[in-house]
Structures are given as C-alpha cells and as structure tokens.
Design a protein around this ligand. Sequence first.
Ligand code: GLV
Length: 332
Amino acid sequence: MPRPKVLITHSLFEPARKALDEKCDTEYWTAATHIPRAELLMRVADKDALICLLTEKVDEELLSKAPRLRIAATVSVGYDNLDISACTHHKVAATNTPGVLDDTTADTAWMIMMAAARRLSEAETWLRSGTWPGWDLDQLCGADIWGKTLGIVGFGRIGREMARRAKGFRMRTLYHDAARVGSEIESKLAAEFVSFDRILFESDFITLHVPLTAQTHHLFGTKTFAQMKPTAYVVNTSRGPVVDEAALLEAIKSGKIAGAALDVFEFEPKVSPELLALKNVVVTPHIGSASLETRTKMALVAADNVIALFEGRRPPTLINPEVLAGQTATSS
Ligand code: GLV
C-alpha cells in the first residue's frame, strides 16, 4: 500500500512528527507565520490527508481542489474551521482533539476569572510601572470568588471541569446546556441545571464553554448583558464570536456588568483597542490549551486520527462517522 501523502500546516511537536513520518509521506509548513490560503490550496491538491490548525478553513473551495483528500484533522477541540457537511459531502473524514485539553482549558478559564475578580493585570501593571506607593487598606480591592455563584454555559467536558474546580473553591454552581446531564454527575459536581435566564440573573461569574455554531453566535449580546448582575463578570475561553464584542464593551463601560476575562476575541487576532484600555477586562491571547503537555497530546491525537484512517481503523475522534459507512480506508 503506498504511503499516504499528508500536508501538515505546522511543524507540530516531535512525538507527533515521529509518529507521522514513520507511516506517511509528510510535508510540513514550517514557517513562523501561518500558511497563506493560496499556498494551502496549492499544497493540499495532491494530498490524502490534511492536519490543520483552527486558523485554517476547510471548506467547499478547499475540498473541491483536493480530490484525493480522505481526512481533515484539526489540532483543536473546536472545529468551526471545518465545514462538516462539505467534508461529509466530499467523503472526507473530519476529526478534532477532544478529551486531552479539558483540564488545561478549565485551568485557563479559572486563572483569568480569578485574575479579573482580584484585579491581577491592573495590580501587576501598576507595580511594574514603578509608581506603586506601597500598601494601603483600600487599595486594589477586588471581588472574592469563594462563596459566589458560578454560571456555566455549556456543560461538556470543559464546563464540567469548571464545576469540579468550583467545588474546591466553595462556589455554588449553576449550569445550562441544551441537555441536562444525569443526576449522578450533577450531584458529584454539585451543579444545578437551570434555565439560561436564571444563569444570567443569579450568577456572579458566567463562564462560556459552548462550541461556535449558528445558534451560539452572539449568544451574549446587549439583551443578555442587560439581564446580568451589575457586579457580574463574563469569562470566555470558547470562541470569540459567541460574544458580541461591541455589546460587551458597551455593557462594561456603562456598568451593566462588572468586567470580563477573555481568552478569545470576535475578530482574532484583532482586539478592540477600547477593550484593551479597560482596567476591568483581563485578556490573554487564545492560550486556553497552551501547555506543552496538552498541545503535544493534541498533535498526537490529530496524527493518530490520520494514521488510524489509513490503517483501516476508525479515527478515534471522528466527527462525521457517516463518511466511513461501509468502507475501509486505503491510500490510492
Ligand atoms: C482551541 O481553541 C481549541 O479549540 O482547541
């Protein structure tokens, strides 16, 4: 069987490269900047597999230019960069990297939530500026998180990790999702299923863990912020467009909510300078899963999906199983 030709739009990490190089004819994009779209379209044209990043779109245009393509593996848990119905139409398996980044991403959400509550960025910026006059009683007083109510929107793996952390920090946890989880999970995580409105009305911190879809686009906007407590914070480590950024800016500036902790932005890599100027907004540059251990595992999951397909196994984290109905994979 000829070795599958794989385009990888990043140099990945050594263990993933080793696994791929052993079994496939690999072509890596190793430049420091992301692969330009035209380059991607050109290079993918004769490939059997593509390993890509969340910054690269796999859509009808790309798929129609890559007739041999059998699998598109994104090195991310969110897969809004993949047009799944177009992949299925072209019989291209689509895979993502769930399961290996839940703790790391929840840690990031927790970290920025605490940073917003306790004014970490503001405090550090002041100290580093060399103008801190020394301790004072009413200086930099933030908000406690312990004893407060955490509202989790999206109760998948990462949302549940937030509930686990909330228990340790003695917070009350509410969650909302399209479907309610079993009572065993609810009682283990001490999480109460409530309506979306109750999340908005009752939470002191609202953390978002939904995928970006047509339904979740601008889930948080003017109307939503108006229903939140003026003392509440919103935390977003999911996808930027889940929050209407202009509405968020307005809500914070007008005091409708207390602040925000954001790891993702509506128009990445652009971030509104007005948002950046606000002291009560903590920002990080989309580092949710960015620990070396976790990113290495994500790359390995993507590599394993590709290798599995060409070894005639089902890719472990296949999103569109209907593409494999009644067939085994071989490169041709
Ligand atoms: C990162 O944003 C991911 O989806 O893995």
